[in-house]
Design a protein around this ligand. Structure first.
Ligand code: EPZ
Length: 429
């Protein structure tokens, strides 16, 4: 199994290109199941999760083709991939494929909408909480689906097709919003989704669905209205930049000091995070082609945060922010409100010398003058990268094992950081 070895103490200076968002790419790829025509995505990141989803889609009969590089195209920029679900060969998504990644469960929406049936294994994914699927089931049932759970599979059918409905989510869920919105595009009549997720990735999916001929309004608000249409057609869509990758590298620069242009990043996608970083003492400057992040030698100020659905502070940046706060000059409080088990990085950060007291969903972080390198283990995607960030600022060598978690969601991590002066390498075996 590969490890990443970081030798801390280098400031970061230069440019980091921001990739297409993993969490937009996955639902977009799944939306290709809704039409028999080709759907083309630009700026697709080269990630293990994208490749896993390709395997799932091909199992349903989807053809795909990665476009060759164009002349002058630089490395570290996204790929263009064509998906064509001319015929759906199989409406079953088996355990072996779905168990690896929670988002693969989301195929249930398009399969049910287009084929009126789906049999999808209950999902797996990062171990950050129980992560049930009750909201998916309830919203699809509201649209007339008949659903049973048998032998680890969710079996759904909608004879004669889904019907428009009014459904209010009892809790904000990104995945359930993606699925209900996709399902409703081909339902008969009007669907109104209340208390829907407002995440930029939901907006990106809706923008693509609209280009495919869907009739959707209210996107980016908590009430989304969808008028079902007979058919959707193909389109070409560029995946939006990854706000979590942007925030992660901004925190890395905050941690080490230096001056980095996050190229292609869009400030509006993570305004709350940028505001928090400014309070910490980081200089954030939106520029034409991205966001410039810098910090001179000034101390990091402690800031309290609580994670929240968009536009609040994202849970996917909580671990990275905790790493940053381990070096702050004082005590900060971090409250996790989305997932019940997303503090697995705490014990690993402690190996580097961090002082963190955990109480349920709340962590109290007391900044220390210095972190020292150690051997640590990646436990989930965002926790892993928080260890890399901490390692960049620690004295000596930090070895992060189980790097496959990082490969799920960070494209060319070592290259991007080492191009800015970090001492970071991947060691095989
Ligand atoms: C998406 O997961 C993201 N994944 C997650 O990113 C992200 O952490 C999360 O949204 C929250 O922003 C992708 O986009 C692929 P939810 P999702 O449904 O959709 C509960 C990463 O690191 N819930 O919004 O699975 C659930 O348990 C990943 O990139 C139910 O109770 O998250 C959680 O407490 C990790 N019943 C809350 O809702 C349900 O049926 C929010 O989860 C569904 C969800």
């Amino acid at each position: 199994m590969d490890s990443i070895v970081v030798t801390g103490g280098q400031r970061l200076n230069g440019t980091i290109p921001i990739s297409g968002a993993k969490n937009a790419t996955l639902p977009l790829m799944i939306a290709s199941l809704l039409t028999s025509e080709p759907v083309i995505f630009e700026n697709v990141p080269d990630l293990a999760d994208v490749n896993s989803l390709i395997r799932i889609l091909t199992n349903h009969g989807v053809d795909y083709r990665v476009e060759g590089k164009r002349r002058g195209q630089q490395d570290l920029t996204g790929r263009t991939i064509h998906f064509s679900a001319e015929e759906i060969a199989d409406t079953t998504a088996p355990y072996e494929l779905v168990a690896k990644m929670r988002a693969s469960f989301w195929v249930i929406g398009p399969l049910l909408a287009r084929m009126h049936e789906a049999k999808v294994s209950l999902p797996g994914g990062c171990a950050i909480g129980t992560r049930p699927v009750d909201l998916f089931i309830a919203s699809l049932e509201a649209m007339g689906a008949e659903i049973t759970v048998e032998g680890g599979y969710v079996i759904a059918s909608a004879k004669g097709g889904l019907k428009g409905a009014i459904y209010e989510f009892p809790k904000v869920s990104v995945g359930a919003t993606h699925v209900a919105m996709m399902a409703a595009t081909l339902a008969k009549g009007k669907t109104v989704l209340k208390n829907a997720a407002r995440e930029p990735e939901v907006v990106d999916l809706a923008t693509c669905l609209i280009s495919m001929g869907a009739n959707i309004s209210g996107v980016g608000t908590s009430t989304i209205t969808i008028e079902g249409v007979e058919n959707l057609h193909g389109c070409r869509h560029r995946v939006l930049p990854d706000r979590i990758e942007t925030g992660t590298y901004a925190m890395a620069v905050a941690m080490t000091g230096g001056d980095v242009l996050l190229k292609g990043a869009q400030p509006g996608l993570l305004q709350e995070v940028l505001d928090v970083l400014e309070r910490v003492g980081v200089t954030i400057e939106p520029v034409n082609d991205g966001i410039r992040v810098s910090r001179n030698g000034a101390a990091l100020k402690p800031v309290d945060i609580a994670t929240d659905p968009f536009p609040g502070f994202p849970t996917d940046l909580q671990a990275q922010f905790m790493a940053l706060m381990t070096r702050a000059d004082g005590v900060s409080n971090i409250q996790e409100t989305i997932f019940e088990n997303r503090f697995m990085h705490v014990q690993e950060l402690a190996r580097l010398g961090a002082k963190i007291a955990l109480d349920g969903q709340h962590a109290e972080v007391t900044g220390v003058a210095e972190l020292t390198g150690a051997q640590v283990m990646a436990t989930d995607l965002r926790a892993s990268v928080s260890l890399v960030i901490a390692g960049l600022a620690a004295e000596g060598k930090t070895t992060v094992s189980r790097v496959y978690h990082l490969d799920r969601g960070f494209e060319h991590l070592e290259e991007k950081l080492s191009n800015c002066g970090a001492l970071i390498e991947r060691v095989s075996g």
